[in-house]
Design a protein around this ligand. Sequence first.
Ligand code: BEZ
Length: 214
Amino acid sequence: MAIRIGDTAPDFRAVTTEGTISFHEWLGNSWGVLFSHPKDYTPVCTTELGEVARLKPEFDKRNVLVIGLSVDPLDSHAGWAKDIEETQGTALNFPLIADSDRSVADLYEMIHPNASDTLTVRSVFVIGPDKKIKLTLTYPASTGRNFDELLRVIDSLQLTANYSVATPVNWKNGDDCIIVPSVSDEDAKEKFPAGWKTVKPYLRITPQPNKANV
Ligand code: BEZ
């Protein structure tokens, strides 16, 4: 069955470029991003892995552990990692699962047989500290993902988790947010000391809580 938002992220043990891990234990209390690549030594994947390595400090700042997956063995990953460093200018600095038996790819339904019987699509799962799935994304093999967008979504998810706000269309970090409908005006007085603007009773705009001047 497909993995959906709100489901518990399936746990697994896997061999990675940084040793064998048990996924939930490895995540600890952090947020997590699990993302798949169709295959080692492929051009789009090479650029993506270089970019995630470059963005690692941004994931660290947000308390997010990143882990990639490719259905190739560890020795293949080791050779490919050298190419990634050489061509993208950043060495791999996060684990890459060697899922040669496709057990994790199957568990997370990363192989879509009508696209390819053997390659994974570009799946992304964002997992919260409660081990629940917070976001899923699926891209085709031929389109590289936008990891700045992934950071933007993580910022939004973390604001919702910490401050009971949602984020409007095209929101960027620092922009105004929306008070979630489940918060009453009475409770909002305490939660949002910077105040809010009521455009409609269901549309209440407040400065981003962790940036507001109060
Ligand atoms: C790539 O990563 O470059 C790629 C992989 C499979 C199909 C097309 C592109």
